[in-house]
Write a protein of this length. Structure first.
Length: 282
């Protein structure tokens, strides 16, 4: 019914969207995952996007909500209190409801002369195959008005020993950096960013080079410190074997160092959450 109304009132070059508020446990209409996903994908191609708002606790289906939002070129938020409702539907309404770029893809190539190994922290269910980066038929994420995206990588610099390094195969003759007349020694990595306009079908690509320079954690930006604390906390909750320090005290300490420009209190809320998890340190 919602998609029928949206289609009947479709505005060309407008923001045509269905807002689904639910606990994810559907009991009317297309109830199976496959039927619901097919419907949402079909409507997405007509220009009607989907925003999912999750509510409740007992029978909540988080994974289903995220999947539906992905299929619908939309976004997803869990509304657990009035502050979160005001943030998503009030303060950040334009960014939450108005996509300025669709099928956004990011590809990072590290310079092997500087980095011998790396891993992306999080986003495990958002990874694309390398060949899909330039394939415009592959669906990807959307970016809202005035929104930013943060991706954190952990790297092992070249020449540094680490217990996390896999056993390396014999070096291949024709991939040695010495054979390249320009080894880009002053570059750490190259970032490629592809996106489509909301009503477009062809991707636009942007390329940016990261210079090879390091900054100590003490001198890092407040945003970097706070983002790192959030990622660290997520790894702690998952009991990740890739981190050895799971101290809530250290996580909170780093987060507090990055608390600036927090007029709405979102960062303070995270710190309260991290402090409440200290009981799980045992």
């Amino acid at each position: 019914m919602a998609y029928k109304i949206a289609s009947e009132n479709f505005i060309k070059s407008g923001n045509n969207r269905v807002i689904l508020a639910t606990d994810g446990d559907f009991n009317v209409g297309s109830s199976s995952n496959s039927d619901m996903e097919k419907l949402i994908e079909q409507k997405r191609k007509t220009g009607v996007f989907l925003t999912c708002l999750g509510y409740g606790m007992g029978n909540y289906k988080d994974s289903k909500m995220e999947t539906l939002a992905d299929k619908g070129n939309g976004n997803y938020a869990y509304i657990d209190n009035i502050q979160e409702a005001n943030r998503f539907l009030g303060k950040e309404f334009k960014g939450s409801m108005f996509a300025i770029a669709k099928d956004v893809k990011i590809q990072i190539e590290f310079n092997p002369k500087q980095v011998q190994a790396y891993r992306l922290i999080g986003y495990e269910n958002r990874k694309l195959r390398p060949e899909d980066f330039k394939n415009d038929a592959i669906d990807a994420g959307e970016l809202g008005n005035n929104h930013t995206v943060t991706a954190l990588y952990e790297v092992i610099p070249a020449g540094v020993s680490s217990d996390y390094l896999k056993e390396q195969p014999d070096a291949l003759k024709y991939t040695k950096t010495e054979t390249n007349s320009n080894n880009y020694s002053n570059e750490l990595a190259t970032i490629k960013f592809r996106y489509k306009k909301p009503d477009g079908d062809k991707s636009i690509e942007m390329v940016n080079v990261i210079e090879n320079k390091s900054v100590s954690l003490e001198k890092a930006s407040d945003d970097f410190k706070f983002s790192s604390a959030v990622a660290w906390f997520g790894l702690k909750l998952r009991d990740s074997k890739l981190i050895t320090n799971k101290s809530s005290e250290d996580i909170v300490k780093l987060a507090k160092q990055g608390v600036t420009n927090d007029a709405e209190g979102y960062k303070a809320e995270f710190i309260r959450l991290a402090e409440s998890a200290k009981q799980y340190n045992q």
